[in-house]
Design a protein around this ligand. Sequence first.
Ligand SMILES: *Cc1c(COP(=O)(O)O)cnc(C)c1O
Length: 486
Amino acid sequence: MDRDAAVKTDPRRHLPRVDRLVDFLRGVRPELPLWAITEGCRAILAEERERLRGNASDSSSLLGRSADALGAAAGAIAAELARVKPQRVINATGIVLHTNLGRAPLAEGASRAALEASLGYSDLELDLATGQRGNRLGSVATKLELLSGAPAAHAVNNNAAAVLLALNTLALGREVIVSRGELVEIGGSFRVPEIMERAGVRLVEVGTTNRTRIADYERAIGPDTGLLLKVHRSNFEVRGFVEEVPMEELAELGRARGIPVVDDLGSGTLIDLGARGFPADAYAPSRLAAGADLVCFSGDKLLGGPQAGLLIGTSDVVQALRKNPLARALRLDKTSLAALDWTLAAYLDGRAEQEIPVLRELLEPLASLEERARKLAASLASVTGIPLRDAAPGGVAEGASAIEVRADRSFVGGGSLPGFELDSHVVALRADGVSANRLAERLREAPVPVLARIRDSWLLFDVRTLVPSDLADLEVAVSYGVTSTR
Ligand SMILES: *Cc1c(COP(=O)(O)O)cnc(C)c1O
């Protein structure tokens, strides 16, 4: 083919112009905003041009996609662009603190407090009694002190920021000693060695992956040591031939040598759940009692509040944190502050177990979970027409549609309590001729997307993380998923 002929048959010449495709799409999807339609059309035409360039001289691909197909693809991009994110989804995974699903759901009161503080003006930094400038963190700090018994407290944007601030304040340009068994990565982007580097401190590793003794710390202490750091292994367990130094011993060493000891607890609570079967060391004040000078933990893990990094400790240490210019860069916004203050008040009032969703979900009795699973199974059976059966092993013919209630286990998740599982009840659903993966995909496309667990050919809905207001939307999603795949 000579060059002119190649130019004439170049399929890219048949692509519609952007403004034509935009006009077309505005007619078909009038609900979408113009900016999103324009970008969707531009993107899809660029993609199509690129696709056709690869085989411009191949006469079999002379025809690109039809205008209708291009319009539909551009519409999908535009719809995604125009969607406000994050949007509400239904968490049927049973994972109480699911990082991909926004970790802790806020208590209703906490979200109302956030709304009220942000919708209009607020007394964020004003003392209403005197009319003078006030302390934006005063209320939260006082509540944290009352709840923990700590002499002083501070709060920042998240726990990664809390650790950064602590390291930078207490050990800038100096050495920080950490056990090799605690050089962890949490959630992909928080790595202890990297945070240390950015905080301007020098990491000194001691011990081995599985065993670290107090003598290892002692040997590593030198004139340049600024801090002893303990990091909670929030998302994995080490079992077998293991040894770590308890906080009590590490704190004693720190005191003897005049070196501050910081505990990065990660997931901490302000009520002791030890008697309820949860690890006792998650109770943040217990780490102070064990001798740490400063304990940092997240607001949106086990505490069940908004994203925040909470710091409780001695007055000297907290004073130093507050004076660090980084504290200003890492400060909490008014919306989170209001939600956090409400959450802490719920703890002080003794309402936490009733009102904070994370605690409600973690502490719900098994009998109540089973009852909720039975109700959900019955309503899903009635909206889908799929038969509800007893969960008897081998009781259902291979591949046949069925709904069952089963005993199962749920996870706490969110880098909180590794290896810690809770007995739960799930509704298992299988639809004839539809793979569990396909069904899960359809549920994610529902008006209110639903996330469930997949096991073999079954979709599992764990009721632990479902709230009553989810149920109607869940029914819509499941009946849509089951019928539209037929
Ligand atoms: C989760 C976690 C962090 C990070 O906390 P964010 O609130 O997510 O910033 C830091 N350290 C430990 C030990 C954690 O578990």
